[in-house]
Design a protein around this ligand. Structure first.
Ligand SMILES: NC(=O)c1ccc[n+]([C@@H]2O[C@H](COP(=O)([O-])OP(=O)(O)OC[C@H]3O[C@@H](n4cnc5c(N)ncnc54)[C@H](OP(=O)(O)O)[C@@H]3O)[C@@H](O)[C@H]2O)c1
Length: 289
């Protein structure tokens, strides 16, 4: 399949481009090559490249900054997504779109199902939910993949922040009261390839929302602790509450996504994020003295 990818220089975009052993032609556009808020350019590029499917990975992902840059977040995550949905629909091609655990409030006791009603508590989540709603409204041939806590060796993410902080600090304070499923970008990218492999066989009931995240569920504190352990770092992780963390955006306490729907439909196992973390983190030599 010819696959047009937007936001291709982000961490998921890069992970997708690194996937091997698939028959698809990936036509990648960075923000500089295709700003998705530019509707005319979107139209032209779609006309010219004639893809079989669009994967939209472009997003305004700065969660704290979104609280003050509300228009910018909505322009990319909602308005531009609406345009992509309309344009792809007018060309009768499907769209695969990425969304987030942050569309939920985090008040639920159990992991979130695709059928749970979203109720975001920060601007980023609200803008991503507006994007989801637009896609559903304007292109029935859509797959929305909601994921959480994506990490990789590329771009900005929690793993890279912790690795940097271990170089700078002896003690690192991390929140202990938000729980979710860390997801390796490489695993998520291979799920996108699996979707592409099966897209031609999709029936009407296959379109819709799928959750995809790593297990086991942990707090950010436990995630950081695991990184430190694998690294053999001497830095100490201090457990703090969300109230003690000075971020501008509120974050859901429960970010756990239930991915049984995807597991059943695509016959995939649960994914242990610790396995991929081990491959990404190079331990410091043990000091024998
Ligand atoms: N990271 C996570 O933990 C996480 C969790 C759940 C869901 N997601 C979703 O997964 C998707 C991919 O996220 P990611 O982790 O790969 O984020 P990322 O590394 O921030 O990548 C997003 C990319 O979109 C680009 N972009 C921003 N505005 C754009 C515009 N107007 N036109 C075209 N491109 C634009 C960014 O370019 P610049 O960097 O130059 O601005 C960046 O290359 C997003 O939809 C995100 O909401 C991410």
């Amino acid at each position: 399949m010819r696959v047009l990818i937007t936001g291709a220089s982000g961490q998921l975009g890069q992970s997708l481009l690194m996937q091997k052993n698939h028959p698809h032609e990936l036509i990648a556009f960075s923000k500089t090559q295709l700003d998705i808020t530019d509707t005319d350019k979107l139209n032209t590029i779609l006309e010219e490249s004639k893809p079989d499917v669009v994967i939209n990975l472009a997003a305004y992902t700065a969660v704290d900054q979104a609280e003050t840059n509300i228009d910018a977040a909505f322009a990319v995550n909602a308005e531009a997504v609406k345009n992509i949905a309309k344009i792809t629909n007018s060309h009768q091609i499907p769209i695969i779109h990425l969304s987030t655990d942050y569309v939920f409030s985090g008040d639920k006791e159990l992991p979130y199902l695709e059928t749970d009603i979203p109720n975001p508590i920060n601007v980023y989540g609200k803008s991503k939910l507006a994007g989801e709603i637009a896609i559903r409204e304007y292109n029935p041939m859509h797959i929305i993949v909601r994921s959480s806590w994506v990490f990789s060796a590329i771009g900005k993410n929690f793993l890279k922040t912790i690795l940097r902080l271990t170089q700078e600090k002896k003690e690192i304070s991390i929140v202990n009261d938000q729980i979710g499923g860390p997801t390796c970008a490489d695993d998520l990218a291979s799920f996108l390839i699996l979707l592409l492999n099966q897209l031609k066989q999709f029936s009407d009931t296959d379109w819709g929302v799928y959750h995809y995240c790593g297990t086991p569920y942990v707090s950010w504190f436990e995630f950081a602790q695991e990184i430190i352990n694998q690294l053999n770092s001497k830095s100490r992780i201090i457990s703090i509450s969300s109230q003690q963390y000075a971020g501008a955006a509120r974050r859901p306490a429960n970010s756990r996504l239930n991915m049984e729907k995807a597991q059943v439909r695509f016959a995939i196992p649960s994914i242990n994020w610790r396995y991929k973390l081990k491959q990404l983190v190079v331990p410091a030599p043990i000091n024998m003295s």
